[in-house]
Design a protein around this ligand. Structure first.
Ligand code: MG
Length: 413
């Protein structure tokens, strides 16, 4: 866990349920591990929270025996903590998550249901704003259907005034110390409270309502998957961008070369900017190219003594951070290392994993290839080493672009 910085906002994503209602025949995975638009349901909310700047730490709480499914979901992201195993009920699972955050002692905690894959920055901001003045804040939607009360499920006993009714969503936000104390007391008293605000109400906390979001729907049945997939495809349109990079460094004195952040023993070293890691440099350039935000020298001038000997991890994680800051994501990185020696292949797996870690993406999205120059040219004469990279990213289409394309569209074609 990150002990250096005080944690302001922690998110607990409760994914403990066995959710068999949405499972199809023969598919044993609970609904939070079933795929929605190519990603497990749980991965959607985890990666959305990870992209929110206000969120410092994310803690998944999973069901006992669900580890094998979680491992397939596991996103490499520095904010996402190793999962905690939950209890037999939602309340028990939340409690396990809250206790696990005790050493971090966040100021605020947001508790979210994994079965609601679509969470939004706006909702988070409304909750955090309310928490400045209240002990708890939950997102709600007005109830639009007329509500009938029936005791036997057959005869109407009453029509309930819906003006006073609100449907509760998640994430539900609280001051961490207050909700932890409420859960601790509730442990001794009761275990049948269905959401955290019920625990908070039971403990007498001051919990207020904020506007929820219609799209933060809960997946309960198999039909919900189709509806949410349609919602996802209607989100802000993304465009795909491709950037490339080329880097060349000469060999010089030394007994190792740094490539992809991995030191590789060699009878020479690499000369150049920072630690001369031509693999991380070229990936940085490819990402900055896809963003059209200059190159590594623009952001980290080689003349600046600060970057002398700097681990090149700094540059690549900056470029990956720029993609995230613009609301985008890295789809794929493809790296080619061109040299006669040292032999790269034994290190490909380590390089791949390290690049994936730096960029907070899965190793499956990183390709590392090595080739020689058949003894031709400067690479063939072992004077230096060359790297090439292609970065494929997705960025939200800016509103300005949309306006332009609308204007250019001829009428009545
Ligand atoms: Mg370079």
């Amino acid at each position: 866990m990150h002990m250096n910085n005080p944690v302001n906002v922690a998110v607990i994503v409760v994914a403990g349920g066995s959710g068999q209602r949405a499972a199809e025949q023969g598919d044993a995975a609970p609904k939070q591990y079933r795929h929605l638009c190519g990603e497990p349901v749980l991965a959607h909310s985890l990666s959305r929270f990870a992209r929110m700047r206000d969120v410092d730490v994310i803690l998944p709480v999973i069901g006992a025996g669900h580890e094998k499914w979680y491992r397939r979901t596991a996103l490499e992201n520095r904010k996402i903590q190793p999962p905690v195993i939950g209890g037999g009920s939602r309340q028990q699972s939340c409690f396990a998550g809250l206790e696990a955050l005790n050493t971090l002692a966040p100021r605020f905690v947001l508790i979210h249901d994994a079965a609601r894959p679509l969470v939004f920055q706006d909702t988070l901001e409304r909750i955090l704003a309310a928490l400045q003045h209240h002990q708890g804040a939950i997102p709600v939607l007005p109830v639009t259907d007329t509500i009938k009360k029936s005791v036997d499920g057959c005869r109407i006993a009453q029509t309930v005034n819906r003006n006073h009714l609100w449907a509760a969503q998640t994430p539900q936000g609280f001051h961490y110390a207050d909700i932890l104390q409420a859960h601790r007391s509730a442990q001794e008293q009761t275990t049948a409270l269905t959401d955290d605000s019920a625990v908070a109400e039971w403990a007498g906390l001051d919990v207020v309502l904020v506007a929820g979001d219609k799209r933060t729907q809960k997946i309960t049945t198999a039909a919900d998957f189709g509806r949410l997939a349609a919602l996802l495809s209607n989100e802000a349109p993304m465009e795909t961008r491709v950037g490339n990079g080329l880097d060349i460094h000469p060999f010089g004195n030394g007994d190792r070369v740094m490539l992809g952040g991995i030191p590789i023993p060699h009878d020479a070293g690499l000369q150049g900017h920072s630690d001369a890691d031509a693999a991380l440099h070229v990936l940085t350039d490819a990402l900055l190219g896809a963003l059209a935000e200059g190159d590594i020298g623009t952001h980290f001038p080689p003349s600046d003594q600060r970057w002398k000997g700097e681990p090149s991890t700094t540059f690549l994680s900056f470029a990956a951070g720029r993609v995230a800051a613009r609301g985008g994501r890295i789809i794929h990185l493809d790296l080619t290392i061109n040299c006669e020696a040292p032999r790269i292949n034994p290190h490909v797996a380590a390089i791949r994993n390290n690049i994936a870690r730096i960029c907070s993406i899965q190793p499956e999205r990183v390709s590392v290839k090595a080739t020689t120059s058949e003894k031709m040219g400067f690479v063939g004469r072992r004077e230096g080493l060359m790297t090439m990279a292609t970065a494929t990213i997705q960025l939200p289409v800016s509103t300005r672009d949309e306006d332009l394309s609308k204007k250019e569209q001829p009428d009545n074609v």
